[in-house]
Design a protein around this ligand. Structure first.
Ligand SMILES: *Cc1c(COP(=O)(O)O)cnc(C)c1O
Length: 377
């Protein structure tokens, strides 16, 4: 099936009691048992929920995987993922991942004896030279937030297989519509469904998709044992959203291309970063492993004053954390999403105080461009 057909139908059989076309929200904490030891496969709400299962099946198909395990947020999914490891294990991570991932790993999980190396994974040689006897996983985000640096997923998968490591890709920025890491041989895909998958800025969620049975068993166990599950209503909202993921992503991508071209031509920004621009150093890799370039654009305005001018004077772009919703957002990574990353660390990969990040929404792009023009005046 094509992506849109799967998005609308996968995991969503009409309700058997009434024929309702839309998957119901199963609000129940427990389930009646027919007799001692005999039930319908549903015992307790943390362990099983019909709406959650429908969402898991749906996104699993979109990510071309076998299993999906849903969580209350992207970070709850990342935290559950880390339960695959134990004290003494070493993990290689892309150097400018989502700030919350950095905070969880560096400021929390190191207390439990996990060791992290922050590496520019855009070059496979950096990964290989960091592998040690106790290395267990390579965790990449591509494109990264907010520098939009790409990592070659095929290369990561090869290195992982050769060294018997688990490979993980945070695919939040591309969504399954533009990139399917499992198809390049990556073991696990992680999403903050809060962003493009839900797409309407009205709920948080996370999911892990994999083909590996042993990983499924462990993460399914943790989903129940630690309980970081999404509510049935949140699952329902995300299911409502995947139905329009294809059309939304097409429009995000189309708008972002036009918007990035405008920024380049306007000369207001010192540097414009967007994988769809020929000037992006990994434009060819973007074409190879992605089916579009997405809706995220970053621009360095040279000075903090100029950046503030834009940030404080836009009227349509909302100054807010997060991304991937239908409405356009503008953010200042240095003081917002990446405030927990020390300044020296940030500047090493170009995340300066004058960098502004745009989550280009699906409004009329002429209005978005006019908004920046008036803010610059
Ligand atoms: C937002 C985000 C996360 C964290 O997800 P939450 O749903 O906010 O917990 C992880 N990775 C990326 C790339 C993100 O953008």
């Amino acid at each position: 099936m094509g992506f849109s057909t799967d998005a609308i139908h996968a995991g969503q059989i009409p309700d058997q009691t009434t024929g309702a076309v839309i998957t119901p929200i199963h609000l129940t904490s427990t389930y009646v048992q027919d007799e001692l030891g005999k039930h319908k496969g549903y015992e307790y709400g943390r362990t099983h929920n019909y709406t959650r299962e429908a969402l898991e099946k749906n996104i699993t198909v979109l990510e071309k995987g076998k299993y999906g395990i849903a969580f209350a947020s992207g970070l709850a999914a990342t935290h559950a993922l880390m339960s695959l490891f134990k004290a003494g294990d070493h993990i290689i991570v892309s150097s400018n991942v989502y700030g919350g991932t950095y905070r969880l790993f560096e400021q929390n999980l190191t207390d439990f004896g996990l060791e992290f190396s922050w590496v520019d994974t855009s070059d496979g040689k950096n990964i290989e030279s960091t592998i040690k006897g106790n290395t267990r996983m390579i965790f990449v985000e591509t494109p990264t937030n907010p520098m939009l640096v790409l990592t070659d997923l095929e290369v990561v998968a090869e290195i992982s297989k050769k060294n018997n490591l688990i490979s993980v890709c945070d695919n939040t920025f591309m969504s399954p519509y533009f990139q399917n890491p499992l198809e390049w041989g990556i073991d696990l895909v992680l999403h903050s469904t809060t962003k493009y998958i839900n797409g309407h800025s009205d709920t948080l969620g996370g999911i892990i998709v994999t083909n590996k049975d042993d990983v499924l068993d462990r993460i399914r166990y943790i989903q129940n044992a630690a309980g970081g599950i999404p509510s049935p209503f949140d699952c329902w909202l995300s299911l409502r959203s995947t139905k329009t993921l294809a059309v939304r992503m097409q429009k995000h991508d189309e708008n972002a291309r036009t918007f990035a071209d405008f920024l380049v031509k306007s000369n207001a920004a010192k540097k414009v970063i967007y994988p769809g621009l020929k000037s992006h150093p990994q434009h060819d890799l973007a074409i190879k492993q992605m089916r579009g370039f997405g809706g995220m654009v970053s621009a360095d305005f040279g000075t903090i004053e100029e950046a503030k001018q834009v940030l404080n004077n836009v009227k349509i772009f909302a100054l807010a954390e997060s991304l991937g919703g239908v409405e356009s957002l503008i953010g200042h990574p240095a003081s917002m999403t990446h405030a927990s990353v020390p300044k020296e660390e940030r500047e090493k990969f170009g995340l300066t105080d004058s960098l502004v990040r745009f989550s280009v929404g699906i409004e009329d792009v002429e209005d978005l461009i006019a908004d920046i023009e008036q803010a610059l005046k």
